[in-house]
Ligand binder design. Structure first.
Ligand code: F6R
Length: 611
């Protein structure tokens, strides 16, 4: 989704802005632009282009054509108005005095636009953002901060804003509400950015803006303000990510690199949490009253994180016998959820910025639920607004299609289920110990799966031309199929659906015909025989069946399926965590063979910060 970067310092701003934007490309975008203060002209210079950032960069010779030490840049993911030069950001006010970059949506822009039009203000774009630029100019009487403050009292919605005013070339103004924006503290220079990857080359010292806060950046420092425009102190945090972690490191795609990083990410995530034969969540203490009266768990998330929740429901219910409901972030608010102080709400998000998930979190909090989040990005909004947070420590995930964040979320949620069962005394000592031991085997077994990736590449070469693919499985395998199917469709653009295998015969089986590819998942031993029956059913209707099962079941499956992928045998709690890896690889190789833009699939954004 839209990316913002801003710089003020002593160096040339444009190359820094373009470099920062290139590191935000992974978020998804369809056009890009920069605005800088051109000291010679005494005015703002704005350049925008539809399409890849490279188009803009070529026009500006990598930034060399602009002479300025302050500016803002933006990658736009269109919401209001089609992708075009004119709708790209920065948006400027009628006189060209104010330039604004924006991530989010101004919900009441229609009425504000009507008001401004009635005052004779001409508009050039279809964007909601232009309203902000025009409105700032409308209220501007020589004090930019005061004008921005007046605008903030009138606009509704979600916004991270970077604002330049031609009258104040030594200042850059930033605002945040419900869309991410961080401050970067450099040496003789300062930054704003949608996330740290954009500025990591320049500084590791960051401040997280809270909702309703403003900041004025100069070369020398950053002054933050609350919504009443009263000065406030901002805590500075040092980011410990290595720069290499956000680079491709010799791999062709971030997605492949991140698939291969999974064993290491799991070690980082799990080893500190399994000590001396116990699951240890340092700093996690659920209120004793909640533990005593806990009667419902909600898991709330979107996309792949939601799929983690679907697996988690099976684990949590089996281990704790507490009813668990899994809800999509975008649905939760509108389903009248039954949440009270005896409800645990587990919120899952890689980015920690997904607006639907965030809105669900706030609704759950309003209703009195206890919020425990599982998040990858440290200091993100969801992490900060939760009662408690468990970080996955997967490292930066750049590819749009999540892989290592999914497996670490899943491992963490599974471990949490076991821990909770121990706290509630619903798991036997024997099962607890056996399961914990399995967690320690997980990274090594995953390395084994990855080392056999050539087999998966071969299967991809056999099936990459299919136009429609079904994933079927029961229980844990159904949950796994949801993720396998999403991975495939989002990067290869092949139509794909995941079905609970027993449900096929209630309608969908009519779509199975000669040559339809069915990926049949049968890793879950308890339902193996039933899963095999479903394979026979689709085979009888002409399907090609590619199976995924455990090594010990390989031979049996090979009698029925056309091709078999396997994973090592492992405790059932960890089957989906291991089983997803061949499906990630399958999606990756299929997309590769179809020539797709794997790290930047069409229409998708990494961090979805609009509703
Ligand atoms: C799919 C994918 C998305 C995200 C979803 C939620 O590969 O990455 O479905 O899982 O947009 O994002 P987070 O986890 O950042 O809240």
């Amino acid at each position: 989704m839209c990316g913002i970067v801003g710089y003020i310092g002593a160096e040339q701003a444009a190359p820094i802005l373009l470099d920062g934007l290139s590191r935000l490309e992974y978020r998804g975008y369809d056009s890009a632009g920069v605005a800088v203060f051109d000291a010679q002209a005494g005015a703002l210079a704005v350049h925008k282009a539809k399409g890849r950032l490279q188009v803009l960069s070529d026009q500006l010779h990598g930034g060399a054509t602009l002479n300025s030490t302050v500016g803002v840049g933006h990658t736009r993911w269109a919401t209001h108005g089609a992708p075009s030069d004119v709708n790209s950001h920065p948006q400027v006010s009628r006189s060209g005095k104010i330039a604004v970059v924006h991530n989010g949506i101004i919900e009441n822009y229609t009425e504000l636009k009507a008001f401004l039009v009635a005052q004779g203000v001409p508009f050039t774009s279809e964007t909601d953002t232009e309203v902000v630029a025009q409105l700032i100019e409308y209220f501007y009487e020589g004090d930019i901060l005061a004008a921005v403050g007046r605008v903030l009292r009138r606009i509704q919605g979600a916004y991270a804003l970077g604002i330049l005013c031609a009258d104040c070339p030594g200042q850059l103004v930033a605002v945040r509400k419900d869309s991410p924006l961080i401050l970067g503290y450099g040496q003789g220079c300062n930054f704003i950015a949608s996330d740290v990857t954009a500025i990591l080359r320049h500084t590791r010292r960051v401040g997280y803006m809270e909702d309703g806060e403003l900041a004025v950046l100069t070369r020398e420092g950053i002054q933050c303000y609350n919504h009443l425009i009263q000065p406030i102190e901002k805590e500075i945090t040092t980011v410990d990510w290595e720069i290499d972690a956000a680079e491709k490191g010799g791999y062709e795609h971030f997605m492949f690199k991140e698939i291969m990083e999974q064993p290491e990410a799991l070690r980082r995530c799990l080893s500190p949490r399994i000590r001396d034969g116990e699951a240890v969540f340092e700093g996690l203490s659920l209120p004793p009253d909640l533990l005593k009266h806990l009667h419902r768990i909600y898991i709330v998330a979107c996309g792949s994180s939601y799929h983690v929740g679907v697996v988690g429901k099976y684990h949590l219910e089996r281990l704790t016998r507490i009813p668990v409901e899994v809800a999509l972030g975008s649905e939760f608010r509108y389903m009248d959820p039954i949440v009270d102080e005896n409800t645990l709400v587990i919120v899952i998000s890689q980015s920690g910025e997904t607006l639907d998930t965030m809105a669900a979190l706030r609704e759950a909090r309003r209703l009195g639920g206890h919020i425990l989040s599982i998040v990858n990005v440290v200091g993100s909004s969801i992490a900060r607004e939760s009662d408690q947070v468990l970080y996955t420590w997967a490292g930066p995930e750049i590819a749009v299609a999540t892989t290592k964040a999914y497996t670490t979320q899943l491992a963490l949620l599974s471990l949490l289920a076991l821990w909770l069962a121990r706290e509630l005394d619903t798991v036997s000592d024997e099962e607890y110990r056996a399961t914990l031991a399995a967690f320690q085997e997980l990274p090594g077994k995953m390395e084994e799966v990855l080392s056999r990736r050539d087999d998966i590449q071969y299967f991809a070469s056999q099936y990459f031309n299919h136009n429609s693919i079904f994933f079927i499985g029961r229980n844990l395998d159904f949950a796994l199929g949801l993720e396998g199917s999403l991975k495939l469709k989002e990067i290869s653009y092949i139509h794909s659906e995941a079905y609970a295998a027993g449900e096929l015969k209630h309608g969908t089986i009519s779509l199975i015909e000669d040559g339809t590819l069915v990926v049949a998942l049968s890793t879950y031993g308890r339902l193996f025989a039933k899963a095999m029956n479903n394979v026979v059913e689709v085979k009888a209707r002409g399907a090609d069946v590619l199976s995924l099962t455990t090594q010990s079941c390989r031979e049996e499956v090979a009698h029925t399926a056309d091709a078999v992928m396997t994973i090592p045998d492992i405790h059932q709690l960890l089957l989906p965590c291991l089983g997803v890896v061949p499906l990630q690889l399958f999606a990756y190789y299929v997309a590769l063979m179809r020539g797709c833009d794997i790290d930047r699939p069409r229409n998708l954004a990494k961090s979805v910060t609009v509703e």
